[in-house]
Design a protein around this ligand. Structure first.
Ligand code: NAP
Length: 261
């Protein structure tokens, strides 16, 4: 058992991931930080990726290390295949294994299709879907050689429903379903599972960028009538990484307060 303390509560969790190594892209902020905390709390070493925000990444590393957790932080742009390969190589050279890949890094650039430039379209598609593909390419041979691995891709309810002003984001998140289901079929007999988690509206900086009035109208449409918490998404990701989830692959788990896709 390990104990990680936060100012508000003390969490004791079974170390089900002792000896396991996870790579979490965008793992130092928002939902990604919650996933990192959840996996560290359960005994994994987490290699948490970040792109620009070194201060936030360093703070999370220092906090979790001080609580007895095992975490390293890795700068890299998931839109650059070379960066993805370098991060995986760094983790392999230090730890010798990658058990879990969580493709969580993502961006939005919201505009209606009429106003959306080609650059807006390509930027979001590039980071959200090609970035996940580049990370998978960087780690897949290693997982195949070991005959085991877990991949979880963070999609979104918007990839299931579409949304005004989010055609690029919705397309990129829907594309993650196709990527995940195809890879799940390709690796089903090789000890690797590939799944998607599709959150609804979760309290992070990505959502706090939405104007207050629009946010209120969004919450009114959520049957549970509140935003989700990053930790509520993180627990589902953790479940999909557990040994007991070996029979779940090519699936989409929604965490959306009852919004029907
Ligand atoms: P967030 O708070 O904006 O954090 C995004 C994370 O991705 C940051 O750690 C950021 O790194 C990283 N990132 C962005 N661009 C990157 C790049 N090019 N290369 C590497 N890392 C990059 O986002 P979030 O709200 O936690 O969302 C996390 C994931 O869940 C995203 O895929 C998002 O689409 C999905 N999601 C979120 C919601 C929601 O309501 N929040 C709902 C559904 C799905 P830096 O900190 O270094 O910039």
């Amino acid at each position: 058992m390990t104990t990680l303390e936060s100012p508000t509560r003390q969490v004791v969790a079974p170390r089900i991931f002792d000896g396991r190594v996870a790579v979490v892209t965008g793992g130092t902020r928002g939902i990604g930080a919650a996933i990192t905390q959840e996996l560290v709390k359960h005994g994994a070493h987490v290699a948490a990726g970040y792109n620009r925000d070194l201060d936030t990444a360093s703070r999370l590393r220092d906090e979790l290390t001080a609580s007895g957790g095992s975490i390293s932080i890795h700068q890299g742009n998931v839109g650059e295949p070379g960066d993805c390969g370098r991060v995986i190589e760094d983790v392999l050279s230090t730890h010798g294994r990658v058990d879990f890949l969580v493709n969580n890094a993502g961006i939005t650039l919201d505009k209606t299709v009429r106003r959306m430039s080609l650059d807006d379209w390509h930027a979001v598609m590039h980071i959200n879907i090609s970035g996940a593909f580049y990370m998978i390419k960087a780690v897949l041979e290693h997982m195949l050689e070991r005959g085991s691995g877990r991949i979880v891709n963070l999609s979104s309810v918007i990839g299931q429903t579409g949304n005004i002003g989010q055609a690029n984001y919705a397309a990129s998140k829907a594309a993650l379903f196709g990527l995940s289901q195809s890879l799940a079929l390709e690796t089903a007999r090789k000890g690797i599972t590939v799944n998607c988690v599709a959150p609804g509206f979760i309290e992070t900086e990505m959502v706090s960028a939405i104007p207050e009035e629009i946010l209120k109208s969004i919450v009114d449409k959520v049957p549970v009538r509140r935003l989700g918490r990053p930790s509520e998404v993180a627990r589902v990701v953790r479940f999909l990484l557990e040994d007991d989830a070996a029979y779940i692959t090519g699936a989409v788990y929604t965490v959306n307060g009852g919004m029907s896709p």
